[in-house]
Write a protein that binds this ligand. Structure first.
Ligand SMILES: NC(=O)c1ccc[n+]([C@@H]2O[C@H](COP(=O)([O-])OP(=O)(O)OC[C@H]3O[C@@H](n4cnc5c(N)ncnc54)[C@H](OP(=O)(O)O)[C@@H]3O)[C@@H](O)[C@H]2O)c1
Length: 248
């Protein structure tokens, strides 16, 4: 059976580490053309070199998802170089959890800017192209925290609930354009994500939790490959997965 991935142009934000990087590797191995955005462009470039050396096609574009113009340029680069955009993976995110009473307001702003507005800018950049093509696929990365609220995680959970809400709204609105929408909600996956926690007690708790339960990032990559790889008339709307060891 055709895998429905080969030759697709897939844009991934937050591809310089963790889940985005793992998805880029597996999608490239499956024959996708990957266009990679993040701020740490040197990391993106070495990933592009690695994928190209293995016979893949890839492009790195320095992108801060909090800047709408830069997200537009990322998507436009994909369309200019490869002629289209088949999949937009809005993955960039950060998780500086802390109790609200610590008043880490700058971190609240940052999570709203990256985790919510970054996803919206990705939609704004890719949607017009997909409408014109009458095909496309959005994959928006939420979390178990988009299904539950945990102590210390109020703002992070709010941003990830928001990703699910706007993804479902998007799903309902793009039927006429033959566009698919997938929310992927991972549990604990071993990435650099816990490094964004600055509250000392919370950081210790989260790092210990990740050491005990986290699974490798290729778990996420396989979920992405499943959602994209299904035939065009099948829309995998939501995937929630956890490490088998993870209780909540
Ligand atoms: N790991 C988990 O357990 C887990 C669970 C559920 C959900 N998630 C979600 O998965 C997504 C990816 O996180 P991860 O676990 O792979 O963590 P990670 O290793 O820290 O990766 C985060 C990625 O986001 C990018 N990023 C952060 N701020 C950005 C900005 N302003 N502009 C562009 N890119 C930015 C980073 O790139 P630069 O720093 O180079 O810009 C990096 O590539 C996030 O949305 C996270 O909330 C993760």
């Amino acid at each position: 059976m055709k895998n429905n991935i080969k030759g697709k142009v897939v844009v991934i934000t937050g591809a310089s580490s963790g889940l985005g990087e793992a998805a880029a590797r597996l999608l490239s191995a499956e024959g996708a053309i990957v266009v990679l955005g993040a701020r740490r462009v040197e990391r993106l470039k070495s990933l592009v070199d690695e994928l190209t050396a293995q016979g893949g096609k890839a492009l790195a574009v320095m992108t801060d998802v909090t800047d709408r113009v830069q997200v537009g340029k990322l998507v436009d680069a994909a369309v200019q170089k490869f002629g289209r955009i088949d999949v937009m993976i809005n993955n960039a995110g950060l998780m500086p959890q802390a109790p609200l009473e610590r008043l880490k307001v700058d971190e609240w702003d940052r999570m709203i800017d990256v985790n919510i507005k970054g996803v919206l800018y990705g939609i704004a950049a890719a949607l017009p192209h997909m409408q014109r093509q009458k095909s496309g696929h959005f994959i928006n990365v939420s979390s178990v925290a988009g299904h539950k609220v945990i102590p210390g995680g109020a703002v992070y959970c709010a941003t990830k609930h928001a990703v699910r809400a706007l993804s479902e709204g998007l799903r309902q609105e793009v039927k006429a354009y033959n566009i698919r929408t997938t929310i992927i909600s991972p549990g604990a996956v071993a990435t650099e994500l816990p490094d964004s926690v600055t509250d000392v007690a919370t950081a210790e708790r989260i790092k210990k939790f990740y050491q005990e339960v986290a699974i490798p990032a290729d778990s996420f990559a396989r979920a992405v490959v499943f959602a994209i790889g299904e035939p065009d008339d099948i829309d995998i709307n939501e995937i929630l997965f956890r490490p088998t060891r993870q209780e909540l």
